[in-house]
Design a protein around this ligand. Structure first.
Ligand code: NI
Length: 192
């Protein structure tokens, strides 16, 4: 089932999400719905707060990004192309490597893209969809998407990294998104 994506301005996007306990109802269904919702909106990642659940869960599939890359560009990203994973109770263990910039967007903040600097490497502690525990280090685009989705669990958004002056210039656009004065080709849920 495709779920509406929560738009910028909704309080759930500013909450710190909680770990999922064993008895969390219908987790399999929520994960399946998140995949369906992410693919329907052409996303490469989706975090639970974006579908109005304040739990530490996100899904990532970088295939769309790599599919549209030329071979020489692909060479710049030595990480696994088309990496797909469910992250349950995700926590960052370590950030490392040099910061690099990439033009990011977010399904909750449509039609805004900005360059964001993030560290090259991220080590994650998480459970996969079978509740198997992992501690794994990611690099490249995959590490980038993971850090973006992880921020959603911390109540943080990519626009928070933008310098104040530039952010000020975005205020009107952000206000329009909050009020639902925006056209998108996927289902959204607005604050007002
Ligand atoms: Ni996002």
């Amino acid at each position: 089932m495709i779920l509406p994506i929560v738009a910028y301005g909704s309080p759930v996007l500013r909450k710190v999400s909680k770990d999922i306990e064993n008895e969390y109802l219908q987790l399999d269904k929520l994960i399946a719905d998140m995949w369906e919702t992410m693919y329907a909106s052409n996303g490469v990642g989706l975090a639970a707060p974006q579908v109005n659940r304040d739990v530490r869960l996100f899904v990532v599939d970088s295939e769309q990004i790599f599919k549209n890359m030329e071979d020489d560009e692909l060479g710049k990203y030595p990480d696994e192309p088309g990496f797909k994973e469910v992250f349950i109770n995700a926590h960052i263990k370590n950030l490392d490597g040099e910061e690099w910039s990439y033009n990011e967007g977010c399904l909750s903040i449509p039609k805004i893209r900005e360059d964001v600097f993030r560290p090259e490497l991220v080590t994650m502690q998480y459970l996969n969809e079978k509740y198997e525990p992992f501690e794994k280090t990611f690099s490249g685009i995959t590490a980038r998407i993971i850090q973006h989705e992880y921020d959603h669990l911390q109540g943080k958004l990519f626009i928070d990294y933008i310098k104040p002056l530039k952010r000020k210039l975005l205020q009107r656009k952000l206000g329009d998104i909050t009020k639902g004065k925006i056209k998108v080709d996927y289902k959204m849920m607005f604050a007002k």
